[in-house]
Design a protein around this ligand. Sequence first.
Ligand code: HEC
Length: 166
Amino acid sequence: MGCHTLMGEGAYYAPELTKVVERRGEAFIKAMLKDPEKMFPGERKMQNYHFTDEQIADLYAFLQWIGKVDLNGFPPKPDLAQQSSAPAVGAPAVFTQMCTACHSLKGSGGNVGPALDGVGSRRTADFITAWLKDPAAVKADAKMAKMPLSESDISELTLFLVAQKN
Ligand code: HEC
């Protein structure tokens, strides 16, 4: 509460969290709580609280519960960096929830990582698959953390990204 807000109560320093489950999904939220620095190397100012897996599960359950309270449209969606709520056409849900926190596509999304427009023209399917499995295995000093993705997330994302041609 010293940084975030819930139902408008709190410090207005970090993003409003009432609807964060709808916005970001379980895998991203749990990874963020586990190690915020690793998710946003050198970028984010959220500290690592070294939560146990049980504390993370409890926090997630609480955020899930509060996200279901009917507030009649309040609070408005937070104005995150260059974030628009328009999902890219045909994007897998995991892309819209997780990847757009850092990457933009067609002008919508974050700017922590490079824009993914035309990524299918500069990268092969093999590169993208290997990158999503483990960025550090592709590039020793990779600034993207290994995301919590299943095999099927990775194949869906690869198909979607190779189709993004210039
Ligand atoms: C927390 C921030 C963050 C998230 C979330 C994130 N990325 Fe990244 N991504 C980056 C950064 C930073 C780079 C640049 C890494 C580097 O070059 O060292 C990158 C690089 C990439 C690249 C290489 C792009 C290129 O032009 O070479 C691809 C592809 C990619 N990310 C896909 C994804 C996908 C798909 C997701 C969702 C599952 C995702 N990223 C989630 C931060 C993120």
